[in-house]
Design a protein around this ligand. Structure first.
Ligand code: UDX
Length: 444
């Protein structure tokens, strides 16, 4: 099938590459000419395992094309995926200007039947707005062309996006049209062989499903962080509690890892946007607001523990930081816990000596050159001459550490572990002062 994807960000690029990889002819369109020129040369603007090879392979095979030409893009695909950003505006609601601009573009150029597919995370009711924007653009041209709008939210995790696209739990499609159902079935057939993962539902239900899924996962994390904070004060180890409750299949082991708060491009933004939607329909979102508030507080926890370890004075201290990305296997630092920690440390007069396997360039892009930010080449250099170590991301190579060596490197033997990577007893045995999240007596 011929498929057009608008937006070559994270979701658009993964969607385009994965659809081309199973044999569809895909054209990815973006208004950013530099980005498109880079992609044509095989340069991938984000770090996502497997994506670069997949893009290059499919470009070489002639199935994946890039363009900035809107008319060409609209003319190309019977399926028109909208996968552009929906950043939060000042009040936390999703800003739909990019989605609606694509809808207008489609209406300005289309001359035969299209299925317009909302892949971006958009508030309930957006499909209606997309339909109106296309209709207005068509009317302005005096054109009458048939089209359908459907919702097909993505459930991709950064760092595992290709795997999630290929073997996701479900493919949700919101539509009432049999014609759209048949076309979407054909589009996803290569990824729908083992069992039927396609779930057709009403458009509004599909739109809400995306938010509900992310809000539920964020709720699990905030709940667990609350239990961790409680465990810390009660002298219990939350990691044992996690095992204890996860074994109940009604609860499960997933997304109950306590830590220094959730970040990324989805959870913080989507929980806020859903709360905002609730307010707009005059419903007070008690739980969603609490999930967000607990997370905001959790992101301060590492800084508070460092303050505590240094008797409230971090002036002139150098803090080694392992992990800048909001989670492993990505270079994404959007809403990352590391950012809140670094900013608070700088405010308190401390220096940060940081290492991340992928996010160093992104960190430099965000913060620029500054004297109190030293980016180093590996985890070993990060702790050299530092007063304490803070861990924000559970990258694999942070897990096995010679703790006796670590003790020798740090001027004050303090380790603040936002991902509970170590066994507290073993860390203490090495003579380090260990502050995990919810690790029993770590406050004492
Ligand atoms: C998430 C959803 O998982 C995905 O389905 C959706 O499409 C987009 O949002 P992503 O943001 O890539 O994906 O990352 P995810 O692995 O879900 O982690 C989000 C954040 O939660 C990270 O900061 C992570 O460290 C944190 N987290 C996750 C926890 O603190 N504890 C957990 O148990 C799980």
């Amino acid at each position: 099938m011929n498929v057009t994807v608008f937006g070559t960000g994270y979701v658009g690029l993964v969607t385009g590459a994965c659809l081309a990889d199973v044999g569809h002819d895909v054209m990815c369109m973006d208004i950013d000419a530099d980005k498109i020129a880079g992609l044509e040369r095989g340069e991938i603007p984000i770090y996502e395992p497997g994506l670069e090879a997949m893009v290059k392979q499919n470009v070489a095979a002639g199935r994946l094309h890039f363009t900035t030409d809107a008319a060409k893009a609209v003319g190309f695909g019977k399926l028109q995926f909208i996968a552009v950003g929906t950043p939060p505006d000042e009040d936390g609601s999703a800003d739909l200007q990019y989605v609606l601009a694509v809808a207008k573009t489609i209406g300005e150029h289309m001359s035969d039947y299209k299925v317009v597919i909302n892949k971006s995370t958009v508030p309930v009711g957006t499909a209606d707005k997309v339909r109106s924007a296309i209709n207005s653009a068509l009317e302005a041209r005096g054109q009458q062309t048939e089209f359908d709008v459907c919702s097909n939210p993505e459930f991709l995790k950064e760092g595992a996006a290709i795997e999630d696209f290929s073997h996701g739990a479900r493919i949700v499609v919101g539509t009432g049209s049999e014609r759209v159902k048949a076309l979407m079935r054909e589009c996803y057939a290569p990824y729908n062989r083992l069992r039927d993962k396609l779930m057709f539902m009403d458009i509004r239900a599909a739109e809400l499903t995306k938010y509900a899924a992310n809000a539920m996962l964020a709720t699990k994390i905030s709940f667990m962080n609350e239990i961790a904070n409680l465990a810390e004060r009660l002298g219990a180890d939350v990691e044992q509690v996690r095992h204890g409750i996860g074994s109940d299949p009604r609860i499960g082991y997933h997304f109950i890892y306590p830590g220094c708060g959730y970040g990324g491009s989805c959870f913080p933004k989507d929980v806020q946007a859903l709360a905002r939607t609730a307010t707009q329909v005059e419903y007070h979102p008690e739980l969603l607001n609490a999930v967000e508030a607990v997370n905001r507080r959790q992101k301060q926890t590492l800084f508070n523990k460092l303050m505590q370890a240094f008797d409230g004075d971090l002036q002139g201290k150098t803090i080694a930081l392992w992990g800048l990305a909001f989670k492993p296997d990505t270079d994404d630092m959007r809403d990352a816990p590391s950012r809140m920690l670094m900013e608070a440390l700088w405010e308190a007069g401390a220096k940060v000596q940081a290492y991340d396997p992928q996010a160093m360039r992104e960190c430099r892009r965000i913060y620029g050159d500054r004297d109190d930010l030293i980016l180093v080449a590996d985890r070993i250099q990060a702790v050299k001459g530092a007063d304490a170590l803070a861990i924000c991301t559970e990258w694999k190579d942070f897990r096995a550490v010679d703790l006796d060596w670590l003790k020798q490197q740090l001027a004050t033997p303090v380790v603040v572990d936002g991902r509970n990577l170590f066994d507290p007893a073993r860390v203490k045995q090495a003579g380090l002062l260990y502050f995990g999240v919810g690790r029993g007596d770590s406050l004492q």
